[in-house]
Design a binder for this molecule. Sequence first.
Ligand SMILES: *Cc1c(COP(=O)(O)O)cnc(C)c1O
Length: 349
Amino acid sequence: MNPPRTIDLRSDTVTRPTASMRRAMAEAEVGDDVYGEDPTVRRLEEAVAARLGTEAALFVPSGTMANQLAVGIHCRRADELIAEAGSHCIHYETGAVAALWGVQVCPVQGQQGLLTPAQVAPALRAPADWNPRSRLLWLENTHNRGGGTVWPAAQLGAVVAEGRRLGLAVHLDGARLFNAEAASGVRVAELARGVDTVSVCFSKGLGAPVGSALCGSRAHMAEARRLRKMLGGGMRQAGILAAAALHALEHHVERLADDHRNARLLAEGLAGIRGVEVDLARVQSNMVFATFPRDAEEVCRHLARAGVLAGPAGSGPNVVRFVLHLDIATADVHDVTQRISLVARELTA
Ligand SMILES: *Cc1c(COP(=O)(O)O)cnc(C)c1O
């Protein structure tokens, strides 16, 4: 008998381009995008800007670069940005906020990654020679480390409005904003209303091999374009990659709801296993955070032996993160639940 196929739930970034996506990439019309001459990149940037309701958009190699360009255009050295304590820019961007821009972060502890409007003003610095200048409010939807948390649209709008009222620029890290749209039923343009810049990723749930976009005003995108070149992110015949992103926008947005259904199915399965705890109310998009009776790293090693790849969630010592995506079918979810059940039995024996 063949060993069981490994099912990879570490991240929604592990997807492989589909055959039709590869065809779109192979057939893409291209030019040199550093000269602004790649027609497919232009088409993508126009499509994304239209989708997000912004004047312009800029195609970049990664979500990290999109986010860092936002820091670069909004902040000067020694400025401060206000972000929820679990934000991606604090934990997973290699210290770039400090290293690239000389900016420091004022972390604010939220609830599963979400802030309330009342939490913004107390984080603001008064004008004084010894204080950094509060410059940028940073929000994340869905919130990764919070568990794939989906902002209620009204709460997000209220926090954005409060940031603006206080004179802050606002950036929305929307690496999974299309998941937020699928989960909340509120269009991405509506979720991004009022922010200065918003980033989105094509390489997460949307299943493209590479690529993200930063969206905002024409003036902000012109500045972002300069900084992208400075960081080495100016790409030449990038239409090959933009074609994958366009294909993802056309064909992989609607299906994100399938990932959310599969996440719920997995969560319900795991909640029924002795020794495994899942807070079903916190399963809101394509992620499941489950607490095991042992250290997450150790649990993941056991799971890997059973052909299930997952990673520590980072939100607690025993919490494991499972991420559903394009390459996981509902049948796989049943399979995974079975395998995890056997592992949990070993661990609790
Ligand atoms: C993945 C992710 C990013 C960007 O990651 P890259 O790997 O650089 O594309 C940014 N923000 C959040 C919330 C993410 O999950």
